[in-house]
Design a protein around this ligand. Structure first.
Ligand code: HAM
Length: 411
């Protein structure tokens, strides 16, 4: 029986992998230019880390985690997201004692047992970042600016930035009480799912996709109109800072993130070209999480985006992202092959991207491969070239051929 990959988990091969590398390089450069350094955390963590941070009654924890008992009977989970592991590492390595401001980025696979569909996998890659130690709204605006600028550099179009505030422990409980009261009065008209959510996680009703819920939600009180004065001031300043940086945004009163740790600022970047799973990425503030997980009280904000969705939005002519191949050595006979073997290796030592075919195939098949690999130049080296001490270099674009001495080639 043929063994296949697991449902919702995919191989990425060329030419798609060219686009991945291109995007990853640009993402890393962008994050580094904005002062972030890389953090790599394990793919597996204690399950408790996610139940305590992402939230006991979220879809992620209740339905989507790949959890298992290890040989020591401890409950472990494949990470469904990157924020909780980064916070754990921050506390465990006591990073804030070296510098009270920490700006960390990551890129790697995450796992959620969701129903696979376009833009939704069970193993997916996230690129994300977290800033610790800055409470000011200017930081929030800079994060959004960095992302919008990144997406522009990657050639993405039709993006929108939605922002909102989910309040803080001071104003949210009062609002929740009001919301639950108003929703309870309409309980029988809510969808079955939302009736259950009413008890466990009423905020999730606000982003329900069911038309009957949407109608009710449109008449519900909204968090944004119940912010305490500190949250209100933060949100106003955030908006002003976005305007200063000329970032277009819309305020989405019903923006609910599916994770419990958020406080104040939340935001999402969406694209109308994505279909049902339209979020390129999302993030927000989580000013209490570090303390809740046992660290010092530390404000924080972060974001994560899905790589697969990003790739879907880039130019789909993936060949465009193929790394440039400088020389392809074509060896018509064994006489030239040994010399070419040596020259190719020397060029590679110098950091030049070179390909050579050791299979002893015909010159025609070697030329075909050079063409397929989009070599800039073909270097032909057979017995007659060897006698003259030259390589015949053909420019694949202009078809011009020149004789180049071995020394000049290595220069
Ligand atoms: P999230 O909204 O759960 O946030 O995920 C962020 C992004 O990851 C989504 O917008 C989407 O692009 C991608 N994503 C999520 N699930 C899948 C999936 N099953 N298949 C493909 N892509 C997916 C977080 O994970 C937070 N940790 C973000 C954050 C960082 N907040 C603060 N700091």
């Amino acid at each position: 029986m043929k063994i296949t990959s697991i449902k919702g988990m995919h191989d990425i091969t060329e030419p798609e992998s060219f686009a991945w590398r291109y995007a990853e390089n640009l993402i890393k450069k962008q994050f580094e230019d904005f002062g972030f350094t890389e953090v790599r955390t394990p793919i597996v963590e204690y399950t408790q880390l996610f139940t305590r941070s992402v939230g006991e009654v979220t879809d992620i924890v209740q339905k989507e985690m790949y959890s298992f008992l290890d040989k020591n009977e401890e409950s472990l989970s494949l990470r469904p997201e990157g924020t909780a592991p980064v916070v754990r590492a921050l506390i465990e390595k006591n990073l804030l004692s070296h510098d009270p401001i920490q700006k960390l980025f990551y890129l790697g696979p995450m796992f959620r047992y969701e129903r696979p569909q376009k833009g939704r996998q069970r193993q997916f890659y996230q690129y994300g970042f977290e800033v610790f130690g800055v409470a000011q709204p200017r930081q929030d605006a800079e994060c959004v600016f960095m992302l919008v600028d990144l997406y522009e550099k990657l050639g993405l179009k039709n993006l929108s930035v939605s922002i909102s505030s989910v309040g803080c422990p001071k104003c949210r409980p009062q609002y929740l009480e009001k919301l639950v009261k108003a929703l309870s009065a309409q309980k029988s008209k809510l969808s079955e799912d939302s009736q259950k959510r009413l008890e466990k996680n009423p905020l999730r009703i606000l982003d329900s996709k069911s038309p009957q819920d949407k109608e009710i939600v449109s008449k519900m009180p909204v968090m944004l109109e119940h912010l305490c004065s500190e949250c209100e001031i933060h949100f106003e300043a955030f908006k002003n800072d976005l305007k200063t940086l000329n970032v277009n945004f819309n305020v989405n009163k019903n923006l609910v993130r599916g994770i419990d740790y958020y406080k104040r600022t939340v935001f999402e970047i969406t694209s109308s070209s994505l279909g049902a799973q339209d979020a390129i990425g999302g993030g927000g503030r989580y000013d209490s999480l570090v303390e809740e997980l046992g660290g010092p009280s530390t404000p924080a904000i972060g974001y994560a985006g899905g790589m697969e969705r990003l790739i879907m939005l880039m130019d789909q002519d993936f060949e465009k992202y193929r790394p440039n191949l400088k020389y392809f050595f074509v060896t018509p006979d064994e006489k030239g092959a040994e010399k070419a073997f040596l020259l190719a290796s020397k060029l590679r030592q110098k950091g030049v991207k070179v390909e050579i075919d050791h299979s002893g195939r015909s010159m025609k098949s070697q030329m075909k491969r050079a063409d397929r690999l989009k070599a800039e130049k073909v270097a032909i080296l057979g017995g007659s070239e060897l006698e003259k001490g030259i390589v015949l270099v053909r420019d694949m674009a202009t078809k011009q051929q020149t004789e180049v001495s071995f020394e000049d080639l290595l220069k």
